[in-house]
Ligand binder design. Structure first.
Ligand SMILES: Nc1ncnc2c1ncn2[C@@H]1O[C@H](COP(=O)(O)OP(=O)(O)O)[C@@H](O)[C@H]1O
Ligand SMILES: [Mg+2]
Length: 242
């Protein structure tokens, strides 16, 4: 008989700080942040330029280590990991989406989506099948053979999202994913994030646009490296703090 396992948070930050420099030039980019994100949440991280969004994202993404505090990613204590293991946990547990798509030029959409599976050592046949499935999820199976330069911005970002979800990561981490898109593509991409979250995917998205943040069901506001507000919003946009 299976013993019930209590749900574990995807993200658990405890009193996390990131300090750059020393003395007069010391900057507390992230300053004593505590944040718990449960499976299935859709969180927007907002804040003015310099408020610590990227620094916090880099910590959550295991790209950078905090100076102080504890970070559990899907229950794994990231403090004890060397760089190699950090890279491993990053590729296993997180799908990244960037403002600038970061697709590899001069190769097909399909090859781009297959790449994380190649790194994970998945065999070519299985790789292709799963990459096609991910492209289908973002509505682009008919563009599998196109290169990034043959795609619109919105399509390129959807390929990048397919690449981010192809490994079935526990967390989808997006940094201004609509920052380079026109309003039509923005709506398309946000609709995709909505659908992925509705399917159970945990999403954390940096954005400085309030309009974009309305898609999330929770908004964390940063100011000078600290969490200034943490609001839960209903589907209708009603704020139900607590
Ligand atoms: N590598 C670094 N060295 C020194 N200071 C940094 C570094 N990265 C960020 N900072 C500082 O940390 C603060 C937060 O920066 P950042 O996380 O990039 O904010 P945001 O993404 O919200 O614009 C800023 O004052 C910034 O100048
Ligand atoms: Mg930034």
């Amino acid at each position: 008989m299976a013993v019930p396992v209590p749900p574990r948070p995807v993200i658990e930050l405890t009193d996390v700080s990131k300090i750059y420099g020393t003395g007069d030039t010391m900057v507390r980019a992230v300053d004593g942040v505590g944040l718990v994100v449960q499976r299935g949440e859709y969180v927007a991280v907002m804040g003015a330029s310099g408020s610590g969004k990227s620094t916090l994202m880099n910590i959550i993404g295991c790209v950078d280590m905090p100076t102080r505090g504890r970070y559990l990613l899907d229950g794994v204590d990231t403090r004890r990991l060397d760089e190699k293991r950090q890279a491993l946990i990053r590729s296993r547990k997180i799908g990244f989406v960037f403002q600038s798509f970061n697709l590899i030029p001069r190769t097909t959409a399909l090859s781009n989506v297959e790449l994380p599976l190649a790194y994970a050592g998945i065999k070519p046949g299985e790789r292709r099948r799963r990459a096609m499935e991910a492209l289908d999820r973002v509505g682009l199976s008919d563009r599998a053979g196109h290169g990034p330069s043959q795609l619109s911005g919105g399509q390129a970002q959807r390929v990048a999202i397919a690449r981010a979800i192809v490994t079935d990561p526990v967390l989808l981490l997006a940094d201004e994913p609509t920052g380079a898109l026109d309003s039509h593509s923005t709506a398309e991409v946000l609709g995709l994030f909505d659908a992925l979250n509705a399917g159970g995917r945990t999403v954390v998205m940096i954005t400085h646009e309030a309009e974009v943040a309305t898609h999330a069901r929770r908004t964390v506001r940063l100011c000078d490296g600290r969490i200034q507000a943490d609001d839960r919003t209903g589907v209708a946009g009603a704020v139900t703090t607590g």
